[in-house]
Design a protein around this ligand. Structure first.
Ligand code: DLL
Length: 445
């Protein structure tokens, strides 16, 4: 990216978050949002046939957007719309203005494709600069970027942001754990970017090798749901500060929202991504403070404007002021997606509920797996959890006590009796990217 597009490169000391839109007075922020919303709707209407068709079906034109609240009149965009128009059907820019494509594999069939103009890439880098700065990362930091490079947005998204901040970026990508540890040690990495589950694996291996990365201070963790209990474990065991970064390919990639030093929920970069919370069953918007599905509208994207994109991520919008002084709203940590849910004996269960129940107990490691089976028409749930080496080498009675405690804790949280199997440390599979916690082996009739 041309560094001349990054305005703070010539400022002594580099980027100052206080001068960013994170701290805009709310009326000014809302004016900016409204102005950008109108332009986005106009762009989608003029250049994306599906958006035009959907608006016309509702007898809407861009002129009907007369206030921010009018966003609720607009139709939703769903993941299936990206699949149905694969690969380039939702692009609002001609191909000769598109400088980058990314894709997300998803679980079935064709990937979804997302596009960026140079201006989009610059906005993305600026959101990542604001994200790093919110976590106290600055020039002089050495960022080991272990998000995957390639079609996944994690690698290049963090990369361009780190460089634009003026930090030193190590583009190591995911995997090859022992090499990661060697580099972290030898290059004095002070910041690590990866999924929280991969960091656990990395740190555990470093401990086995008796290596304590000398400068590691901050983790920028996201791309998968993780609970606050998981954060507490990571921070206690590794001594670093673990920050939650949120994003999705359809909107831009990482850097849609990021926690500040108060660590009380990611701040949404609202000047570029307008958030709403809706009831996931009815689609009706809910007021700030209610839990529901996060819906995002891009306010400055050129190549692929997204209007009211249903993320399937479940959270709450928080308007109460954050002690950091940022005026942009926060979301509660996203620990579940509406499509993460599994149904067992008629009860809706999210893996995060089980994670909370497991990690509240001492003696467990943050590595677990949920296995669903069906025996004689009855659904069974087994939770395999690793125990600490101390508990594992302890008396059988201690193991049995822990097992019962975990079964009771899960029962208390989800209202279903699970079978807990305690397994030896380092026996469950580790992930190098996004982790899959649930193995559903039930044969559907
Ligand atoms: O995961 C972008 C990203 C990369 C975010 C690196 C953060 C760090 P996708 O592959 O399109 O994009 O997956 C997006 O991942 O809808 C959430 O369900 C989940 N997700 C992302 N960040 C978080 C987070 C990238 N911090 C999907 N907490 C999203 C919980 C997250 N879930």
């Amino acid at each position: 990216m041309s560094t001349s597009t990054i305005p703070w490169n010539d400022i002594p000391g580099g980027f100052h978050p206080e001068s960013s839109p994170d701290f805009l007075p709310i009326p000014q922020l809302q004016d900016l949002q409204f102005h950008r919303l109108k332009a986005t709707v106009r762009r989608a209407f003029d250049h994306v046939p599906l958006s035009k068709k959907r608006m016309e079906e509702r007898s809407l034109t861009p002129q009907d957007i007369k206030s921010l609240a009018d966003i609720a009149k607009l139709p939703f965009t769903l993941k299936i719309d990206l699949r149905d128009t694969y690969p380039f059907g939702l692009f609002a820019s001609p191909m000769d203005e598109i400088v980058r494509l990314h894709a997300s594999s998803g679980t079935t069939g064709k990937p979804i494709v997302v596009a960026y103009t140079q201006a989009d890439i610059n906005v993305w880098a600026s959101c990542m600069v604001r994200s790093f700065a919110a976590a106290g990362v600055h020039r002089g930091d050495v960022i080991q970027n272990a998000y995957g490079y390639g079609l996944f947005t994690g690698g290049l998204g963090a990369h361009y942001g780190g460089e634009a901040l003026g930090a030193t970026v190590i583009p190591i990508s995911g995997g090859n754990t022992e090499r990661q540890i060697m580099i972290m040690n030898d290059f004095g990495s002070s910041v690590i970017c990866c999924t929280p589950s991969y960091f656990l694996h990395l740190y555990e291996r470093a401990r086995e090798l008796n290596i304590k990365p000398p400068r590691l201070r901050v983790g920028i963790f996201g791309a998968e749901p993780w609970t606050n209990q998981m954060r507490i474990r990571i921070e206690q065991e590794s001594g670093i500060k673990a920050f939650d970064i949120y994003g999705l390919s359809e909107i831009i990639g990482p850097g849609v929202a990021m926690e500040c030093s108060c660590q009380n929920g990611p701040h949404i970069f609202e000047d570029h991504f307008f958030p709403e919370i809706i009831n996931p069953d009815t689609g009706v918007p809910l007021p700030d403070g209610s839990e529901g599905e996060l819906v995002l509208t891009t306010l400055s994207k050129q190549a692929m404007p997204m209007i009211r994109y249903r993320t399937r991520d479940i959270t709450t919008l928080i308007r109460t002021p954050c002690p950091c002084g940022r005026t942009i709203r926060r979301i509660a940590r996203i620990s579940r997606r509406s499509d993460d849910m599994f149904i067992i004996r008629g009860v809706n269960v999210y893996p995060s509920q089980i994670e909370t129940a497991l990690l509240a107990a001492e003696g467990t490691m943050p590595h677990y797996q949920i296995v669903l089976t069906r025996v004689k028409d009855l659904d069974q749930i087994e939770v395999k959890v690793e125990v600490t080496p101390e508990v594992f080498s302890d008396k059988i009675r201690a193991m049995e006590n822990l097992r019962q405690k975990l079964e009771n804790s899960i029962d208390h949280t989800i209202g279903i009796r699970a079978t807990v199997t305690l397994v030896e440390p380092r026996t469950l599979q580790r992930s190098e990217g996004k982790i899959c916690r649930v193995h559903d082996l039930r044969v559907m009739k």
